[in-house]
Design a protein around this ligand. Structure first.
Ligand SMILES: CC(C)(COP(=O)(O)OP(=O)(O)OC[C@H]1O[C@@H](n2cnc3c(N)ncnc32)[C@H](O)[C@@H]1OP(=O)(O)O)[C@@H](O)C(=O)NCCC(=O)NCCS
Length: 388
């Protein structure tokens, strides 16, 4: 079977940028990606592009991929927008990998962009909600924070997960994000702050929630046989998997597990020939602190119900045996929906090549990393395993 490799990766700064539009944000990531290709790349050699995007503030809903790639001077592409809610970027990687594996194209761009801060907080929650179950959950007035709050409540009830263990995720990820010059919130928070944030949806407070973010990211994915033309240190996509589940959590077999994560991870592990014990570092979808604990369990890093304990034992801190969200995660780096998955791959590309800008955040010696991107409250999940 053919293999694919990532040979370039770029990301815009994540944050709140009233002076930048969708095109400018994407161009920032594109320029960064082009300059990251060690031996250079002729943009004309890019044949396809898959652009993750949910709705860019609800304003630009159509022809997104042509819009942002045209601004980069690429008007010759097989291009399409990929929309799978917050997992759009993760699925852009899968689409690009499948394009190359099919033999249709050799050099493909996978990227994502979102502009979320142009609309009011209420409107943001309204258009974010379209990614969940709109028939029952939305009619009942739930937000994503509300849905993850239900999962957190149940996890605490069934397994004794402690409030403090949720806050440990926030403190860790803000500590990492403070060292990331492209993160939205480059500041540390104390345990006391994390515990006492204003309540959003009990038991989740402000510091248990990701933010709303403007940002973009882009990758160059090519046939592994030609990767060395572009760089001596490609990062291979060793395996990938995508999986869906019921959109509404009341339909699912469990409210304390994301079956989509389990299925997507199983496919990625199978394709790569690797298992959870081989994963040295990961970027997981911590849209809410409970989501990071669920990810530890559903990706097989620890047993079901032990996510809080696994956090508390320090395994996933930067100096732990399996650092998770060294970038700051969605919590501190930010969550510009369509860009989140390809942004995780940007981080992992640099982690595995040892090219993280600030050495304090560099995971030492990692050769295998996993990225995990969830859409809605688990309706779609994309997992990829990357290897130096
Ligand atoms: C958490 C949330 C409710 C806060 O929204 P808000 O109350 O409108 O907050 P604001 O944007 O007015 O910001 C208020 C302050 O909190 C800070 N802030 C906002 N979100 C924050 C977060 N997640 N973490 C830490 N600080 C945050 C802001 O910087 C601002 O600080 P300042 O007053 O010093 O400038 C909102 O960001 C949210 O809905 N997040 C979840 C998004 C989501 O569901 N994504 C999809 C996931 S599946």
């Amino acid at each position: 079977m053919k293999k694919v490799a990532i040979v370039g990766a770029g990301q815009s700064r994540y944050g709140d940028f009233p002076d930048k539009g969708i095109k400018e944000l994407f161009f920032e990531a594109y320029k960064d990606m082009i300059s990251s290709v060690d031996n250079g790349i002729d943009p004309k050699s890019i044949e396809s592009a898959y652009i993750g995007n949910l709705g860019s503030g609800g304003f630009q809903l159509g022809n997104m991929s042509a819009l942002v790639t045209e601004y980069c001077g690429l008007t010759h592409l097989n291009t399409m927008r990929i929309e799978n809610a917050c997992a759009s970027g993760g699925y852009a990687i899968i689409a690009a990998a499948m394009d190359v594996l099919s033999g249709a194209h050799e050099v493909v761009l996978a990227g994502g962009v979102e502009k979320m801060t142009d609309v009011s907080g209420m409107k943001q929650k309204y258009w974010l909600g379209v990614s969940g179950d709109t028939e029952y959950e939305r009619l009942a007035g739930t937000t994503f924070a509300g849905l993850y709050a239900l999962m957190a409540q149940r996890h605490m009830h069934e397994f004794g997960t402690k409030r403090e263990q949720l806050s440990m995720v926030a403190v860790k990820n803000h500590k990492n994000g403070a060292q990331n010059p492209k993160a939205q919130f480059q500041r540390e928070i104390t345990m006391e702050q994390a515990l006492k944030g204003p309540i959003v949806a009990h038991p989740l407070n402000l510091f248990d929630c990701c933010s709303t973010t403007d940002g973009a990211s882009a990758l160059i994915i090519c046939d592994a046989d030609m990767a060395k033309k572009y760089t001596d240190t490609p990062v291979y996509v060793a395996g990938f998997g995508g999986a869906s589940d019921f959109l509404a959590i009341h339909d699912r077999v469990s409210t304390v597990a994301l079956e989509g994560t389990k299925r997507a991870a199983a496919a990625a592990y199978k394709m790569s020939g690797l298992s959870p014990k081989d994963i040295q570092t990961a970027e997981v979808h911590d849209c809410f602190t409970i989501a990071e604990l669920l990810a530890y369990e559903d990706l097989g890093f620890c047993e079901k119900g032990k996510g809080g304990q696994y956090m508390e034992e320090g395994h996933t801190k930067l100096d732990g045996d399996r650092p998770v969200n060294a970038s700051g995660g969605l919590k501190s780096k930010g969550h510009p929906i369509g860009s989140t998955g390809t942004g995780m791959a940007y981080e992992m590309f640099n982690q595995l090549r040892g090219t993280i800008q600030k050495p304090a955040r560099q995971v030492k010696g990692a050769e295998v990393g996993l990225i995990h991107n969830v859409g809605g409250s688990g309706g779609t999940v994309a997992v990829s395993i990357l290897r130096r």
